[in-house]
Write a protein that binds this ligand. Structure first.
Ligand SMILES: [Zn+2]
Length: 350
């Protein structure tokens, strides 16, 4: 049931170890690939599913290994796409690559201590006690990812799992990304959009990004799921609670570069959300220049997997919410809503 047809060319594409851009041609069938291995030797898996258009999307689970519900959401999405693909069901509009667990070593650490999942010890969030937050080690805003000198904005080495992710983004060139996380404060759960800017940090339009995030949240809410952070009933918002307010297009967009308070600023740095949504205009690597990518941060209420809750009713309820979050990706994000029209990879103007 879980078999996916392997597609040699496509696998070559996903594993390609080239510093030159590959001209993208969509694989015609679904396949599973390996993006790389972790320091403990685990595979970083990725699943590809073809869409009906030439547009591309990436979905990431488990950037924070402690947020196990995010991995469950990605896996539900994968099995739904697999069963559709096997039964000849309707494919999505976007070609999509899903990485269910970006930091599998860290997720394993969290799973080994089920009593501590969601606790303040944050077991599995950081790779070691001296590691930088996985979502704060991206390249400088407006700069491409540089394999020869793989340092983040603050000059620190980027972990190999993120190297694999950045490499994938530069070769697959998605127009949109969902980064699935989980949040302890359940009233802040929901779907959020980072504002897009030019390489110089000048705000582009936000309305279509916001509309797509709200549409995903509405899908979950109307199906009985929980997205309280989007404040749908009073004043719908797609802005993450910790982020600076969205600037008027044409004016400077401030970014939040200071995440969690950790010793030696290990919680500071550029997040994937800020890096992806900033256009790249880098004179040293002009072939890697690109438009700003849409990026949605999904914050699921609670870190635990559905099986970690006690009582059949509670497990069922959480599982249902997880399925709705996955369905909002499948039915809204991967479908023909707010489709990018002017996206380019080598635009030097914006
Ligand atoms: Zn997170």
């Amino acid at each position: 049931m879980m078999n996916i047809t392997m597609h040699a060319k496509a696998e070559e594409f996903i594993n390609a170890d080239s510093t030159m851009p590959v001209s993208y041609s969509a694989a015609k069938s679904a396949f599973k690939g390996i993006l790389g291995t972790t320091s403990q030797g685990r595979n970083i898996e990725a699943y590809y599913f073809p869409g009906t258009s030439d547009k591309r999307a990436v979905v990431i689970g488990g950037m924070h290994g402690s947020e196990l519900s995010s991995i469950e959401i990605a896996r539900v999405l994968i099995s739904e796409l697999q069963s559709r693909s096997l039964s000849g069901g309707r494919p999505p509009y976007y070609n999509v690559i899903i990485i269910p667990s970006l930091f599998p070593d860290n997720a394993e650490k969290a799973k080994e201590n089920p009593d501590l999942i969601g606790g303040t010890s944050n077991l599995g969030r950081y790779t070691t006690s001296n590691s930088v937050d996985p979502n704060r080690q991206m390249p400088s805003l407006g700069k491409s990812f540089n394999r020869e000198n793989a340092l983040d904005d603050l000059g620190r080495p980027i972990e190999q799992e993120n190297l694999a992710l950045l490499d994938l983004i530069e070769r697959f060139r998605p127009q949109r990304i969902v980064n699935i996380h989980a949040i302890r404060e359940k009233e802040r759960a929901g779907i959020f959009a980072d504002p897009r800017t030019t390489a110089d940090g000048i705000a582009l339009e936000y309305q279509s990004d916001s509309a797509l995030a709200i549409l995903m949240a509405l899908y979950i809410h109307l199906s009985g799921g929980e997205v309280k952070g989007n404040n749908l009933l009073k004043k719908p918002t797609a802005l993450y609670h910790n982020d600076p307010k969205v600037s008027i297009p044409g004016t400077f967009q401030p970014r939040n570069t200071k995440g969690s308070q950790l010793p030696e600023h290990r919680g500071h740095g550029i997040s994937l959300g800020s890096w992806a949504t900033t256009a790249v205009n880098d004179a040293s690597y002009p072939h890697l220049n690109r438009s700003a990518i849409r990026l949605f941060t999904m914050e699921f209420p609670g870190y635990k997997r559905s099986i970690d809750y006690s009582g059949a009713e509670m497990k069922k309820q959480v599982r249902r919410n997880i399925e709705l979050y996955a369905a909002s990706i499948l039915e809204v994000f991967l479908n023909k809503y707010e489709v990018e029209q002017d996206y380019s990879f080598t635009s030097r103007s914006r």
